[in-house]
Design a binder for this molecule. Sequence first.
Ligand SMILES: [Zn+2]
Ligand SMILES: [Zn+2]
Length: 579
Amino acid sequence: MKNLEIAAIFYEMADILELQNVKWKPEAYRKAARQIETLSTPIEEVYEKGGIKALTEIPGVGEKLAKKIEEYIKTGKIKEHERLKGEIPKGLNELINLPGLGPKKALKLYKELSIDSIEKLEKAAREGKIAKIEGFGEKSEENILKTIELAKKKEERLLLGVALPIAEEIVNELKKAKGVRRIEIAGSLRRRKETVGDIDILAEIEGERSDIMDRFVSLHNVKEVIAKGPKKSMILIGEGEYQIQVDLRIIERESFGAALQYFTGNKDHNIELRKIAIQKGWKLNEYGIFDKQGRMVAGENEEEVYKKLGMEWMPPELRENQGEIKAAIENKLPNLVELSDIKGDLHMHTDWSDGINSIEEMINAAINMGYEYICISDHSKSQRIANGMDEERMLKQIEIIKEMKRKYKGKITVLQGCEVDIKPDGSLDFEDEILKKLDIVSVSVHSRFKSSKEEMTKRIARALENKYVKILNHPTGRLINEREPYEVDLEYLMQICRDRKIAMEINSSPSRLDLNDIYARKAKEMGVKLVIDTDSHSVDHLRYIQYGVWVARRGWCEKEDILNTQSIEKLKKSLNLKI
Ligand SMILES: [Zn+2]
Ligand SMILES: [Zn+2]
């Protein structure tokens, strides 16, 4: 899939053009890049099926850009991109891409201090040189250092939502190799951790000659072959602005289960299992369980390994040494919620605010997903950059959705919602007069993330006092690798939510995953009800629901803990909806 590669090139072209003071064009490139990035079908497939014409049907992609996409699919590069890159000093690109710096500031630093790399930028910031430049100051120097920290972290760990599709594509390619009997993703990716450092793949091969390693080291997006051997190879994969190491190991049949268990981890979970094996007089390693005489007790299947150790097999999401081993021994593992339990999505945007698709397109996509209900929840007026709705437009949308409710009756229940901003003083962006007309009011913090813990807690607590509020969205406001969660007394907010029967959201957007797994478990333990929502800004995003389900599973949540596993009738009672 070349979507991310092409999006990254368009972003880069936009940055360079902006640097050269070209008007309009940068925005056009960015707009197209955003669309291509969220496309769920491989763009090369779109092109193969319908040529240039199909490409121009992607919003934001005109004839000119479509031709560039074609050029990339055919030749692996875009000439104009190569030309533009030649026009700017090397290294400056890296700086442009730092969040918060951007083309203009990067150019200024280049002119004044000849900074053309992140290393030089970091050094200058540490020496206090940046604060002295006009238009920067101490605050922005501090921010630059923080951004560099985060950028470094970003290089280390990729979002699950980025790494998993890359891994799945590799596995699909490798399945075509000769003699592959089993192939599995292991590691933190299998545990569905929110970010991953590398990708581990295990394969079992039947017969002597397989071309699996040759295929592996010549995948289309290999940047570097770190090592190639008959049993283990390591490569560096580059995809768009990301890169990640991928290890492939060939495992014997009798050891496959033990290896899968071992390489899935996590480390602490494995240490505990090894202790249990030792107590039984055995040895456990990546090849199997062995008795004192060195005879193999188990190894071919993971289930068998766990069974021999005296416990039930458990889903990989639980393997963090957080009580799951004890629970498995006592037959008390939770019955984790599953994707197929989800009956509706309560958080999504349309072209009434900053979404891409129309209300009806969202409804039809939800019907295709087999949902029983959805809630349209566009932004409220304070979200000016997101084209938030003022009272007048809100009332207009209510009329439109009333029509939709009738039109789609029997097919899906459409609920009228709104993602209402919590203002800095804790009041809501709409008066009760408007709120009472909505089926579901959900509330969010989108501003002043740097308030003190006390202020933020007070602000949200006040918002939750409003009797119309049903859901608290993305409760910590973090963006993984980009923005830390705001400081807030979450436990206190959980108490309020529990007492007032307000649900907390597990936001499934791969860069949010908020609540995270730890807080999801905490919420469950405190008796707070949860909803898993996508916060979709296009029909393609609806499929992200899976990521939220994984968070819930890592948080030990069962079907009963998640309100949108309920039928609409039950949901009405649970949230006390007046519909
Ligand atoms: Zn939005
Ligand atoms: Zn939001």
